[in-house]
Design a protein around this ligand. Structure first.
Ligand code: URA
Length: 211
């Protein structure tokens, strides 16, 4: 049997990249629900698995579950999730969305996930994205961008610039929690920049759907 790590560490662009370890989201989610690959499994209330359209135009990849997510087992249901949804609605990007995170269990006190925790959870995320095949991925915050693509730069320099993941376009944006702390709508403010980024996603999606 092929080792799971071999499969997911594959960097070259060939067919192997699209292979999934789990044959369905159902099986993947069942494995996540019983996961104890890292110590976060000992403190979680619930494993937070992806939700939304299973053949989505857009997949949102966030950093990690918060308190509300840990309580409900659903990603992006807390304050920043609601705010993100409001922004997606405003640019009519909310009709076909799937929400997930770099890691599936809440880190204590909402600290950033460690490199080990991200490494332990990443095979689930990659498999999940291969199974749902989003047309575009929106990555919220620098930790999510680094966890998903390996690009380690500040979100200020990453945001608004398209990245590629196995042929799928990835748009890094500010994390919604950061936007809630920075409410200015002035030109060039983080919120203003996020509108530009979401409009860029909308335009690219429209182009993609035409072909
Ligand atoms: N909720 C999530 O599920 N993930 C985030 O990154 C933020 C809020």
């Amino acid at each position: 049997m092929i080792e799971q790590t071999q499969l997911f560490d594959c960097q070259s662009k060939n067919l192997t990249q699209k292979l999934t370890f789990y044959s369905s989201l159902e099986k993947l989610n069942r494995a996540c629900s019983n996961c104890d690959r890292c110590s976060l499994s000992q403190k979680r209330q619930q494993v937070v698995i992806g939700r939304g359209d299973l053949q989505p135009d857009i997949a949102i990849v966030g950093e990690s579950p918060g308190k509300q997510e840990d309580k409900t087992g659903q990603p992006f249901v807390g304050e920043s999730g609601m705010f993100l949804l409001k922004m997606l609605k405003a640019v009519q990007l909310d009709s076909s969305v799937y929400f997930t995170n770099i890691i599936r269990c809440r880190p204590p006190d909402n600290r950033k996930p460690s490199a080990e925790e991200i490494k332990a959870c990443k095979p689930y995320l990659i498999d999940e994205l291969r199974l749902i095949e989003p047309k575009i991925i929106i990555c919220a915050g620098a930790t999510a961008v680094a966890g998903l693509t390996g690009k380690r730069e500040s979100i200020t320099s990453l945001r608004g610039k398209w990245l590629d993941l196995e042929g799928t376009a990835v748009m890094p944006i500010f994390h919604p929690a950061y936007l809630l702390r920075n409410p200015s709508l002035e030109k060039d403010s983080p919120k203003w920049q996020t509108w530009q980024d979401l409009i860029a996603v909308k335009l690219r999606l429209e182009q993609t759907l035409k072909f």
